[in-house]
Design a protein around this ligand. Structure first.
Ligand SMILES: [Zn+2]
Length: 370
Protein backbone atom coordinates (compact mmCIF):
# COMPACT_ATOMS: atom_id res chain seq x y z
CA UNK A 1 0.00 0.00 0.00
CA UNK A 2 1.20 3.50 -0.85
CA UNK A 3 0.81 6.77 0.97
CA UNK A 4 1.71 10.22 -0.21
CA UNK A 5 2.77 13.32 1.66
CA UNK A 6 3.07 16.78 0.22
CA UNK A 7 5.49 19.02 2.08
CA UNK A 8 6.41 22.63 1.49
CA UNK A 9 10.14 23.16 1.01
CA UNK A 10 12.19 26.34 1.29
CA UNK A 11 15.23 25.90 -0.95
CA UNK A 12 18.03 28.48 -0.77
CA UNK A 13 19.20 30.32 -3.89
CA UNK A 14 21.73 27.70 -4.83
CA UNK A 15 19.18 24.93 -4.44
CA UNK A 16 16.61 26.87 -6.43
CA UNK A 17 19.11 27.17 -9.25
CA UNK A 18 19.64 23.43 -9.28
CA UNK A 19 15.91 22.69 -9.10
CA UNK A 20 15.28 25.01 -12.03
CA UNK A 21 18.10 23.37 -13.94
CA UNK A 22 16.55 19.98 -13.29
CA UNK A 23 13.17 21.20 -14.57
CA UNK A 24 14.96 22.23 -17.73
CA UNK A 25 16.97 19.01 -18.13
CA UNK A 26 14.01 16.71 -17.55
CA UNK A 27 11.93 18.72 -19.99
CA UNK A 28 14.74 18.40 -22.54
CA UNK A 29 14.94 14.63 -22.00
CA UNK A 30 11.20 14.24 -22.26
CA UNK A 31 10.96 16.14 -25.51
CA UNK A 32 14.09 14.55 -26.99
CA UNK A 33 12.81 11.02 -26.45
CA UNK A 34 9.24 11.84 -27.38
CA UNK A 35 10.57 13.12 -30.68
CA UNK A 36 12.64 9.96 -31.06
CA UNK A 37 9.60 7.75 -30.50
CA UNK A 38 7.69 9.67 -33.15
CA UNK A 39 10.57 9.44 -35.65
CA UNK A 40 11.19 5.73 -35.04
CA UNK A 41 7.54 5.07 -35.61
CA UNK A 42 7.48 7.12 -38.80
CA UNK A 43 10.50 5.35 -40.25
CA UNK A 44 10.31 1.81 -38.86
CA UNK A 45 6.63 1.62 -37.96
CA UNK A 46 7.41 0.27 -34.50
CA UNK A 47 7.08 1.62 -31.02
CA UNK A 48 10.05 2.15 -28.74
CA UNK A 49 10.44 0.48 -25.36
CA UNK A 50 11.48 2.18 -22.15
CA UNK A 51 14.71 0.17 -21.80
CA UNK A 52 15.85 1.04 -25.33
CA UNK A 53 15.66 4.69 -24.43
CA UNK A 54 17.12 4.30 -20.96
CA UNK A 55 20.20 2.61 -22.46
CA UNK A 56 20.88 5.74 -24.48
CA UNK A 57 21.18 7.97 -21.43
CA UNK A 58 24.96 7.49 -20.82
CA UNK A 59 25.75 8.39 -24.40
CA UNK A 60 23.49 11.41 -24.23
CA UNK A 61 25.20 12.60 -21.06
CA UNK A 62 28.51 12.59 -22.89
CA UNK A 63 27.00 14.60 -25.66
CA UNK A 64 25.35 17.06 -23.27
CA UNK A 65 27.58 17.23 -20.17
CA UNK A 66 25.20 19.57 -18.33
CA UNK A 67 22.89 16.58 -17.87
CA UNK A 68 25.44 15.24 -15.40
CA UNK A 69 24.89 18.14 -13.03
CA UNK A 70 21.48 16.92 -12.01
CA UNK A 71 20.29 13.78 -10.27
CA UNK A 72 20.38 10.85 -12.69
CA UNK A 73 17.29 9.11 -11.32
CA UNK A 74 15.24 12.14 -12.38
CA UNK A 75 16.17 11.40 -16.00
CA UNK A 76 15.12 7.77 -15.68
CA UNK A 77 11.88 8.79 -14.04
CA UNK A 78 11.25 11.20 -16.91
CA UNK A 79 11.56 8.33 -19.36
CA UNK A 80 9.21 6.27 -17.22
CA UNK A 81 6.69 9.09 -17.34
CA UNK A 82 7.01 9.26 -21.09
CA UNK A 83 6.55 5.50 -21.32
CA UNK A 84 3.45 5.73 -19.14
CA UNK A 85 2.04 8.52 -21.29
CA UNK A 86 2.31 6.22 -24.33
CA UNK A 87 0.85 3.23 -22.51
CA UNK A 88 -2.09 5.32 -21.37
CA UNK A 89 -2.59 6.57 -24.90
CA UNK A 90 -2.63 3.05 -26.34
CA UNK A 91 -4.90 1.77 -23.59
CA UNK A 92 -7.45 4.52 -23.96
CA UNK A 93 -7.70 6.62 -27.11
CA UNK A 94 -9.61 9.27 -25.23
CA UNK A 95 -6.31 10.12 -23.61
CA UNK A 96 -4.53 12.25 -26.16
CA UNK A 97 -1.19 11.56 -27.81
CA UNK A 98 1.72 12.62 -25.53
CA UNK A 99 2.53 16.28 -25.98
CA UNK A 100 5.83 18.10 -25.99
CA UNK A 101 6.51 19.96 -22.78
CA UNK A 102 6.58 23.70 -23.22
CA UNK A 103 8.92 25.98 -21.30
CA UNK A 104 5.89 28.05 -20.45
CA UNK A 105 3.93 25.49 -18.43
CA UNK A 106 3.25 26.97 -15.05
CA UNK A 107 3.40 23.85 -12.92
CA UNK A 108 6.87 22.39 -13.20
CA UNK A 109 8.01 19.17 -11.57
CA UNK A 110 10.46 16.32 -11.64
CA UNK A 111 10.57 13.02 -9.84
CA UNK A 112 13.46 11.21 -8.24
CA UNK A 113 13.68 7.60 -7.31
CA UNK A 114 14.72 6.40 -3.89
CA UNK A 115 18.08 4.60 -4.04
CA UNK A 116 20.74 4.11 -1.36
CA UNK A 117 19.22 6.44 1.17
CA UNK A 118 19.29 9.41 -1.22
CA UNK A 119 16.07 10.79 0.29
CA UNK A 120 15.85 11.34 4.04
CA UNK A 121 13.34 13.16 6.18
CA UNK A 122 14.20 14.76 9.48
CA UNK A 123 12.49 17.30 11.62
CA UNK A 124 12.09 20.43 9.48
CA UNK A 125 14.41 19.33 6.71
CA UNK A 126 14.61 16.85 3.92
CA UNK A 127 17.62 15.46 2.12
CA UNK A 128 17.29 15.24 -1.64
CA UNK A 129 19.87 14.05 -4.15
CA UNK A 130 22.23 16.80 -5.36
CA UNK A 131 20.31 19.41 -3.34
CA UNK A 132 21.42 17.98 0.00
CA UNK A 133 19.43 19.18 3.02
CA UNK A 134 16.52 21.47 2.17
CA UNK A 135 14.50 23.29 4.81
CA UNK A 136 11.02 21.81 4.87
CA UNK A 137 7.80 22.01 6.74
CA UNK A 138 7.42 18.45 7.95
CA UNK A 139 3.99 18.64 9.49
CA UNK A 140 3.04 15.04 9.17
CA UNK A 141 4.38 11.84 10.53
CA UNK A 142 5.81 10.08 7.46
CA UNK A 143 5.13 6.38 7.60
CA UNK A 144 6.61 3.61 5.53
CA UNK A 145 9.54 3.18 3.16
CA UNK A 146 10.22 6.07 0.82
CA UNK A 147 9.72 5.15 -2.83
CA UNK A 148 10.08 8.45 -4.65
CA UNK A 149 9.93 12.20 -4.32
CA UNK A 150 8.47 14.71 -6.75
CA UNK A 151 9.76 18.25 -6.52
CA UNK A 152 7.35 20.80 -7.91
CA UNK A 153 6.86 24.51 -8.18
CA UNK A 154 3.42 26.05 -8.00
CA UNK A 155 2.29 28.88 -10.28
CA UNK A 156 2.76 31.13 -7.25
CA UNK A 157 6.44 30.10 -7.17
CA UNK A 158 6.26 27.99 -4.03
CA UNK A 159 8.25 24.79 -3.93
CA UNK A 160 6.89 21.47 -2.73
CA UNK A 161 7.99 17.89 -2.47
CA UNK A 162 5.56 14.99 -2.67
CA UNK A 163 6.87 11.88 -1.00
CA UNK A 164 5.46 8.48 -1.88
CA UNK A 165 5.97 5.75 0.69
CA UNK A 166 5.17 2.09 0.74
CA UNK A 167 3.83 0.27 3.76
CA UNK A 168 3.82 -3.41 4.43
CA UNK A 169 0.43 -4.24 5.70
CA UNK A 170 0.75 -7.53 7.47
CA UNK A 171 -2.70 -8.87 8.14
CA UNK A 172 -2.94 -8.95 11.89
CA UNK A 173 -4.14 -12.00 13.73
CA UNK A 174 -7.67 -11.63 15.01
CA UNK A 175 -7.99 -10.74 18.65
CA UNK A 176 -10.90 -10.98 21.07
CA UNK A 177 -10.77 -7.41 22.33
CA UNK A 178 -13.85 -5.23 21.96
CA UNK A 179 -13.69 -1.68 23.15
CA UNK A 180 -15.97 1.31 23.50
CA UNK A 181 -14.24 4.67 23.58
CA UNK A 182 -15.55 7.95 24.95
CA UNK A 183 -13.59 11.14 24.39
CA UNK A 184 -13.19 13.98 26.83
CA UNK A 185 -11.24 17.07 27.72
CA UNK A 186 -9.76 16.18 31.09
CA UNK A 187 -8.97 12.71 29.89
CA UNK A 188 -8.43 12.40 26.20
CA UNK A 189 -10.05 8.98 26.01
CA UNK A 190 -11.97 6.78 28.40
CA UNK A 191 -12.21 3.09 27.58
CA UNK A 192 -15.05 0.75 28.41
CA UNK A 193 -12.60 -1.37 30.40
CA UNK A 194 -12.23 1.52 32.84
CA UNK A 195 -8.91 2.80 31.59
CA UNK A 196 -8.51 6.55 31.20
CA UNK A 197 -5.95 8.04 28.88
CA UNK A 198 -4.62 11.48 29.60
CA UNK A 199 -3.09 13.82 27.11
CA UNK A 200 0.67 13.35 27.49
CA UNK A 201 2.51 15.72 29.80
CA UNK A 202 4.61 17.29 27.05
CA UNK A 203 1.48 18.14 25.10
CA UNK A 204 -0.26 19.58 28.15
CA UNK A 205 2.79 21.72 28.80
CA UNK A 206 2.77 23.09 25.27
CA UNK A 207 -0.96 23.74 25.50
CA UNK A 208 -0.38 25.79 28.63
CA UNK A 209 2.37 27.73 26.89
CA UNK A 210 0.02 28.33 23.98
CA UNK A 211 -2.77 29.62 26.21
CA UNK A 212 -0.30 31.95 27.89
CA UNK A 213 1.06 33.18 24.56
CA UNK A 214 -2.47 33.85 23.34
CA UNK A 215 -3.33 35.86 26.43
CA UNK A 216 -0.18 37.92 25.86
CA UNK A 217 -1.06 38.46 22.23
CA UNK A 218 -4.52 39.71 23.09
CA UNK A 219 -3.00 42.46 25.26
CA UNK A 220 -0.71 43.80 22.53
CA UNK A 221 -1.68 46.68 20.35
CA UNK A 222 -2.73 45.34 16.99
CA UNK A 223 -0.15 45.58 14.18
CA UNK A 224 2.54 46.86 16.54
CA UNK A 225 5.98 45.26 16.50
CA UNK A 226 5.31 43.41 19.72
CA UNK A 227 2.02 42.22 18.39
CA UNK A 228 3.74 40.63 15.37
CA UNK A 229 6.30 39.04 17.64
CA UNK A 230 3.62 37.62 19.90
CA UNK A 231 1.65 36.41 16.92
CA UNK A 232 4.65 34.55 15.59
CA UNK A 233 5.12 32.88 18.95
CA UNK A 234 1.49 31.75 18.98
CA UNK A 235 1.81 30.33 15.47
CA UNK A 236 4.95 28.44 16.45
CA UNK A 237 3.28 26.93 19.49
CA UNK A 238 0.28 25.93 17.42
CA UNK A 239 2.62 24.07 15.13
CA UNK A 240 4.29 22.37 18.08
CA UNK A 241 0.95 21.32 19.52
CA UNK A 242 -0.01 19.90 16.16
CA UNK A 243 3.11 17.80 15.85
CA UNK A 244 3.03 16.54 19.41
CA UNK A 245 -0.63 15.72 19.14
CA UNK A 246 -0.11 13.84 15.92
CA UNK A 247 2.61 11.74 17.43
CA UNK A 248 0.49 10.93 20.47
CA UNK A 249 -2.59 10.08 18.40
CA UNK A 250 -0.65 7.80 16.09
CA UNK A 251 0.71 5.80 18.99
CA UNK A 252 -2.60 5.69 20.80
CA UNK A 253 -4.63 4.62 17.77
CA UNK A 254 -2.04 1.97 16.89
CA UNK A 255 -2.26 0.46 20.36
CA UNK A 256 -6.07 0.39 20.27
CA UNK A 257 -6.12 -1.25 16.85
CA UNK A 258 -3.45 -3.75 17.91
CA UNK A 259 -5.42 -4.87 20.92
CA UNK A 260 -9.01 -4.82 19.70
CA UNK A 261 -10.98 -6.52 16.98
CA UNK A 262 -14.06 -4.35 17.38
CA UNK A 263 -13.85 -0.65 18.16
CA UNK A 264 -16.99 1.33 18.96
CA UNK A 265 -17.00 5.10 18.83
CA UNK A 266 -19.57 7.79 19.35
CA UNK A 267 -20.60 10.10 16.54
CA UNK A 268 -18.59 13.28 17.04
CA UNK A 269 -21.47 15.46 15.91
CA UNK A 270 -23.17 14.89 19.25
CA UNK A 271 -20.34 15.64 21.56
CA UNK A 272 -21.25 18.84 23.29
CA UNK A 273 -18.38 20.45 25.02
CA UNK A 274 -19.89 23.78 25.91
CA UNK A 275 -18.27 23.75 29.31
CA UNK A 276 -14.76 24.55 28.21
CA UNK A 277 -13.10 27.60 26.84
CA UNK A 278 -12.82 28.02 23.11
CA UNK A 279 -9.16 27.12 22.85
CA UNK A 280 -9.40 23.76 24.53
CA UNK A 281 -12.59 23.05 22.63
CA UNK A 282 -11.03 23.77 19.26
CA UNK A 283 -7.99 21.74 20.09
CA UNK A 284 -9.96 18.84 21.45
CA UNK A 285 -12.17 18.93 18.42
CA UNK A 286 -9.26 18.77 16.02
CA UNK A 287 -7.67 15.96 18.01
CA UNK A 288 -10.84 13.95 18.04
CA UNK A 289 -11.31 14.11 14.30
CA UNK A 290 -7.69 13.13 13.74
CA UNK A 291 -7.97 10.33 16.25
CA UNK A 292 -11.05 8.94 14.51
CA UNK A 293 -9.44 9.08 11.11
CA UNK A 294 -6.32 7.31 12.40
CA UNK A 295 -8.42 4.61 14.08
CA UNK A 296 -10.43 4.19 10.90
CA UNK A 297 -7.61 3.88 8.42
CA UNK A 298 -5.50 1.67 10.67
CA UNK A 299 -8.49 -0.59 11.25
CA UNK A 300 -8.99 -0.85 7.53
CA UNK A 301 -5.38 -1.89 7.03
CA UNK A 302 -5.42 -4.48 9.74
CA UNK A 303 -8.91 -5.86 9.26
CA UNK A 304 -10.56 -4.48 12.38
CA UNK A 305 -14.19 -3.40 12.69
CA UNK A 306 -14.95 0.20 13.58
CA UNK A 307 -18.50 1.25 14.22
CA UNK A 308 -19.97 4.60 15.17
CA UNK A 309 -23.12 4.42 17.20
CA UNK A 310 -26.22 6.44 16.42
CA UNK A 311 -25.97 10.08 17.14
CA UNK A 312 -28.91 10.30 19.52
CA UNK A 313 -27.84 7.59 21.88
CA UNK A 314 -27.81 8.98 25.48
CA UNK A 315 -24.53 7.36 26.55
CA UNK A 316 -23.98 9.51 29.64
CA UNK A 317 -27.48 9.32 31.03
CA UNK A 318 -27.96 5.57 30.73
CA UNK A 319 -26.97 3.18 33.49
CA UNK A 320 -24.67 0.65 31.87
CA UNK A 321 -25.69 -1.97 34.39
CA UNK A 322 -29.47 -1.97 33.98
CA UNK A 323 -30.20 0.36 31.07
CA UNK A 324 -32.16 2.86 33.15
CA UNK A 325 -32.10 6.31 31.57
CA UNK A 326 -31.76 9.25 33.93
CA UNK A 327 -33.95 12.19 33.08
CA UNK A 328 -31.36 14.85 33.78
CA UNK A 329 -27.63 14.67 34.06
CA UNK A 330 -25.74 17.92 34.22
CA UNK A 331 -22.21 18.08 32.90
CA UNK A 332 -20.60 18.62 36.29
CA UNK A 333 -21.83 15.34 37.74
CA UNK A 334 -18.86 12.99 37.66
CA UNK A 335 -20.23 10.13 39.80
CA UNK A 336 -23.80 9.06 40.36
CA UNK A 337 -25.98 6.30 41.80
CA UNK A 338 -28.55 4.48 39.73
CA UNK A 339 -32.01 4.76 41.33
CA UNK A 340 -33.19 1.65 39.51
CA UNK A 341 -30.58 -1.05 40.11
CA UNK A 342 -28.91 0.66 43.04
CA UNK A 343 -25.43 0.64 41.52
CA UNK A 344 -23.39 3.16 43.46
CA UNK A 345 -20.69 5.56 42.39
CA UNK A 346 -21.07 5.13 38.67
CA UNK A 347 -18.14 6.88 36.96
CA UNK A 348 -19.72 9.14 34.40
CA UNK A 349 -17.11 8.68 31.69
CA UNK A 350 -16.43 4.97 32.08
CA UNK A 351 -20.19 4.37 32.21
CA UNK A 352 -20.56 6.29 28.95
CA UNK A 353 -17.90 4.26 27.18
CA UNK A 354 -19.43 1.01 28.48
CA UNK A 355 -22.73 2.12 26.99
CA UNK A 356 -21.03 3.04 23.75
CA UNK A 357 -19.60 -0.48 23.57
CA UNK A 358 -22.91 -2.15 24.43
CA UNK A 359 -24.92 -0.08 22.01
CA UNK A 360 -22.36 -0.57 19.24
CA UNK A 361 -22.30 -4.32 19.63
CA UNK A 362 -26.08 -4.33 19.59
CA UNK A 363 -26.15 -2.36 16.35
CA UNK A 364 -23.54 -4.67 14.85
CA UNK A 365 -25.50 -7.67 16.06
CA UNK A 366 -22.53 -9.03 17.98
CA UNK A 367 -23.40 -11.16 20.97
CA UNK A 368 -21.55 -10.43 24.17
CA UNK A 369 -20.34 -13.57 25.86
CA UNK A 370 -19.77 -12.65 29.46
ZN1 LIG B 1 -28.96 0.82 36.88
Amino acid sequence: MNKSYKLRIYPNDEQIELIEKTFGCTRFIYNYFLNQRIEVYKIEGKSTRYTEQQNQLPKLKKEFPWLKEIDSTSLQMTLRNLDRAFKNFFRDKNIGFPKFKSKKITKKSYTINYVNNNIQIKKNRIKLPKLKWVTAKVHRFVEGRIVSATISKSPTKKYFVSIITELDIEPMAEVDGKIGIDLGIKHFAIYSNGQKVENPKYLRKTLEELAKAQRKLSKKQKFSNNWYKAKKKVAKLHEKVKNQRQDFLHKLSKRIVDENQVIILEDLAVKNMIKNNKLSKDIADASWHKFYSYIEYKSKWYGRTVHKIDRWFPSSKTCSNCGYVMENMSLNIRKWDCPNCDTKNIDRDVNASMNILKQGLKELNIQIVA
